[in-house]
Design a protein around this ligand. Structure first.
Ligand code: OGA
Ligand code: MN
Length: 224
């Protein structure tokens, strides 16, 4: 187990929520995505890290594509393991609170109409991957904004496991992001195909999605 003090030092102190949210909003406005290193507040990062490390292995479900009746375990597309965050734990609550502050800020600044948030821990064992995909398809979903943050202290250049964000369906080069501790990536769910490359070590992250309200006849579409 890595000492807390050491973890906090890896991100080197944080800017204020307000400043970070403003930078994320500006990035989203100018390029549709935001990559911010060491941005996740240290107390939240450390709490999530410790919680995820303690997660009983059997709490992880093999990640499937889709949800509910569509739930389909598809080894060809992704091989990670996930655990949904419900806010029952202190770590989960801290994360959910921070996310709702971000949600409020982005709604005020960018009028995104974000209505709800869902998120999960993900563990990619060595060699695991998530092939190129969109988090949302135009007209088919209410996922608007994706957020990913990483909980891997001292990630090395040769450890692999990068998130690759592509500009559009024709882009095959992309922008690579190492899953380093405290890095936050936010992007418009319908705009950017992306993938997770295999890593040589265990890769830990939290992925979340802000949704708009698509309730019909006052029947609120539940987050999951
Ligand atoms: C996802 C995803 C990216 C990452 O869970 O949909 O694309 O870097 N995750 O873990
Ligand atoms: Mn994705």
């Amino acid at each position: 187990m890595v000492a807390l003090k050491q973890l906090a030092e890896t991100s080197g102190g944080n800017i204020s929520d307000e400043t970070l949210f403003r930078l994320i909003a500006e990035d989203l406005e100018t390029q549709g995505y935001s990559i911010r290193h060491g941005a996740l507040p240290d107390d939240i990062a450390n709490a999530l890290f410790l919680y995820q490390q303690d997660l009983n292995a059997n709490k992880y479900a093999k990640a499937g594509i889709g949800r509910g009746n569509d739930f389909l375990k598809n080894k060809f597309v992704r091989t990670d393991e996930i655990c949904w965050i419900t806010g029952e734990s202190e770590a989960g609550r801290m994360w959910v609170d921070w996310s709702s502050k971000l949600q409020r800020f982005l709604n005020q600044k960018l009028f995104l109409g974000l209505f709800s948030f869902e998120s999960h821990f993900a563990h990619y064992p060595p060699g695991a991957y998530y092939k190129r995909h969109y988090d949302a398809f135009r007209g088919e979903t209410n996922r608007v904004l994706s957020v990913v943050t990483y909980l891997n202290p001292s990630w090395g250049q040769n450890d692999g496991g990068e998130l690759v964000i592509y500009q559009d369906e024709h882009d095959h080069e992309g922008v690579k992001v190492a899953p380093a501790f405290g890095t936050i990536v936010v992007f418009l769910s319908e705009e950017f195909p992306h993938e997770v490359l295999p890593a040589t070590r265990d890769r830990y992250s939290v992925a979340g999605w802000f949704r708009v309200n698509t309730s019909i006849n006052n029947n609120i579409d539940p987050p999951r």
